[in-house]
Write a protein that binds this ligand. Sequence first.
Ligand SMILES: Cc1cc2nc3c(=O)[nH]c(=O)nc-3n(C[C@H](O)[C@H](O)[C@H](O)COP(=O)(O)OP(=O)(O)OC[C@H]3O[C@@H](n4cnc5c(N)ncnc54)[C@H](O)[C@@H]3O)c2cc1C
Length: 502
Amino acid sequence: MDQYPEGAFNRAALERFDAVLVGGGIMGATLAVLLHELDPELRLLLLERLDQPALESSAAVNNAGTGHAANCELNYTPQQADGTVATAKALRINASFERSLEFWASLSEQGRLDPSGFLHQVPHISWVQGAADVAFLRQRQQQLSALPAFAGMEWSEDPAQLAQWMPLVMQGRSTDQPMAATRIGRGTDVDFGHLTRAYLEPLERSGALEVRRGCEVKDLERLPDGAGWLVQLQGPAGSSELICPFVFLGAGGGALPLLQRSGIPEGRVYGGFPVSGQWLVCRDQALAEHHFAKVYGKAKVGAPPMSVPHLDTRWIDGQRSLLFGPYAGFSSKFLKQGSLLDLPLSVRLTNLLPMLQVGLNNLSLVQYLINQLRQSPQERLDALREFVPQADAADWELSVAGQRVQIIKATASGGQLQLGTEVVAAADGSLAALLGASPGASTAVTIMLEVLQRCFGERLASESWQQRLRQLLPSWGRDPIAEPATLEAMRERSDALLGLQA
Ligand SMILES: Cc1cc2nc3c(=O)[nH]c(=O)nc-3n(C[C@H](O)[C@H](O)[C@H](O)COP(=O)(O)OP(=O)(O)OC[C@H]3O[C@@H](n4cnc5c(N)ncnc54)[C@H](O)[C@@H]3O)c2cc1C
């Protein structure tokens, strides 16, 4: 990877790095830490178009900060035709989050990451009303609590117990119709913006990573003979170019246009569908202190999973707060600070048909988003009151969330809308892009390990990288889903990490 054929083109004077990470969000920052841990000699450059890293989706105010472990998100356990729920996705997400906790525990044990700034333990609750949803939740609880990963899941239909778990949800609520909740005490809230900065600052201070702010990647050109990429930038000092054998497009919603610019064949089948969001944030500190949980409901019939309503205890820059949402919406921007032309400019001959097919096959989603966009303040308040019956509009303020760009993929059976995340990598491993947004930041460590596997496969297999990985992630190479002892060992360490906040 370090060899450049000097004679092949006249670029000898250009700057060179071993890895260029485009975008200063949680993904690029996680990859920077991993690469540095595995090879401290690597010359790493991170390019961020805004004035600072972590101002887009990874900013705490732009996402829900849920440490997604599938404790409470009902869309991860869909009901099947026979009435049981599917548990495979929930187990996978849970194991991925355990991996994130393990990573943070290692860095924290070495004194290199302070969890008190970004990680808080907070119960994760699923709450439903109506006989059919109560039956679904009971089924889910019975299946999940039989698995080691979710053994701590409690169940209650008792209004007094529910009032203890979530007082604001129960105050002033009629208990005429059946309702139930499950609760996992070992849930988390994560300030991913703080975490991003906490990853980047020490690397930058020590000189291991150069971070260029206000520096936008405009284009990428593949160099001949496997020599990597020519990256074209626009920064405060004007435009410039640099050369690099590996580029990671961790540009959030901006990753798709850059992937398209790279021209790699693997990227041709993708399009994007942006979904915007809003929250109601509680301004009354006393009220915020009166609720201590993330309470997830069930999406209404026809509503997409990203619109599942939830009432969340949050810590943003160390300050405890309360948030309700999201209210979904539509904007053609791919980034919160992007351009309205983002969506139209992403349309290509190769993705036009899949995009149209997705539009036609998901008319109910489009209609849902349009309705959400048209919501009046009173309708938003009504939605909040379904969760907090005594909510007073004066206590809540509307705040704009981050943009998500959902993946549209051309498949043999037509265009498909995918709600997860996907790593798209060039066959030679010289470039990788991360598309999609869910479960997102919580699983960043697992996703970036996939990037390493696909782009640094040989080095990753080397004894020195394997040894370093085992130091960083003692469960590396083991399967916490199939091996309860592995999960237990991971949790022993992460419990200590979470205990720091007790
Ligand atoms: C409303 C909402 C709620 C969410 N809730 C949760 C949650 O509860 N839990 C969870 O785990 N995840 C959640 N997510 C997902 C999570 O926020 C994202 O998966 C994660 O932040 C993505 O990180 P990233 O680094 O890929 O992107 P970002 O944080 O968006 O960072 C990308 C960066 O790239 C920069 N950039 C873009 N284009 C260029 C360019 N051309 N040149 C240079 N820089 C560029 C941007 O300015 C930005 O700083 C949520 C997301 C949204 C939108």
